[in-house]
Structures are given as structure tokens and as C-alpha cells.
Design a protein around this ligand. Structure first.
Ligand code: HEC
Length: 109
């Protein structure tokens, strides 16, 4: 699954007609999709004066700089010690949106 995610818009959240369920990765936006994901799932540890691993994901520039390594950690298998967030893997749509944003050139939109 992680390999499929890397090459494009592949989802496992499909309805009976095979349509991605509430997962529109063709119109991804930083403010609407990426920042809320990072705020909800990453900034609890990766922000502030003493962020985990010494890395804060607070501004668009931070997220753009670390995007590939963030995606790598989000794409680890459940149970992998390096999976982020540590509490459990994000849904496939969130990971697909993050990948789509990178492929779109990490716009600040
Ligand atoms: C509960 C706290 C916590 C949350 C939430 C969390 N992280 Fe982490 N993160 C850590 C800790 C602790 C480390 C250092 C240990 C390690 O590398 O696994 C780390 C390390 C990392 C690293 C490695 C940095 C390096 O130098 O190699 C990346 C990338 C990362 N996290 C991304 C994320 C992303 C993306 C999210 C949200 C999807 C996230 N983390 C959510 C605690 C957290």
C-alpha cells in the first residue's frame, strides 16, 4: 500500500462504485488539507520551544522543507517504531492528500 501511495492517487477508502470516499486529492490545499492535518496530528510534539527530534512543523516553510521525511514517517507500517504519529497510522486519505500536495509542488495555498 505504501508503494502505491507514493506513485499517485490510490486509495483504499472506496465506496461500492470504486469512487474515493470524501478524498479529493485533485484539489489539495495547504490551508484546507495539510495545515489542519499537521496541526491535529503532529504539532502536539513537533512545535514550541523543545519540539520532538528538534524539529518543529509550524510554518509552511517548515512543512515544505521536511515534507518528504514527514511522508516517509506517516507511511510506515502500523507497529513500526518510526511510524508518525506515534499514536497510530493516519487514514489513507490523509496520507494520499499529503502525497498529492508534495506532487503539486508544495503550494502555500
Ligand atoms: C506524541 C508525540 C509525537 C507526535 C504526535 C508526532 N511525533 Fe514525530 N517524533 C516524535 C519523537 C519523540 C521523535 C524522535 C524519535 C524518532 O525519530 O522516532 C519524532 C521524530 C520524527 C521525525 C524524524 C526526524 C528526524 O530527524 O529523523 C519525523 C520526520 C517526524 N517525527 C514526523 C512526524 C509527523 C509527520 C507527525 C504527524 C503526522 C509526527 N511526527 C507526530 C514524537 C511525535
Amino acid at each position: 500500500m505504501a508503494v502505491l501511495m507514493m506513485v499517485g492517487c490510490t486509495y483504499d477508502d472506496l465506496d461500492s462504485l470504486g469512487t474515493p470516499r470524501d478524498c479529493d486529492a485533485f484539489d489539495v490545499s495547504y490551508g484546507g488539507d495539510i495545515l489542519p492535518l499537521v496541526t491535529d496530528h503532529c504539532q502536539g510534539c513537533h512545535a514550541g520551544g523543545a519540539p520532538s527530534a528538534g524539529i518543529g512543523f509550524e510554518t509552511h516553510a517548515d512543512v515544505a522543507l521536511f515534507a518528504e521525511i514527514m511522508l516517509d514517517r506517516m507511511s510506515r507500517a502500523e507497529g513500526d517504531a518510526e511510524l508518525m504519529p506515534q499514536s497510530g497510522k493516519l487514514d489513507s486519505c490523509s496520507i494520499a492528500l499529503f502525497n498529492a500536495w508534495i506532487e503539486a509542488g508544495k503550494p502555500n495555498n
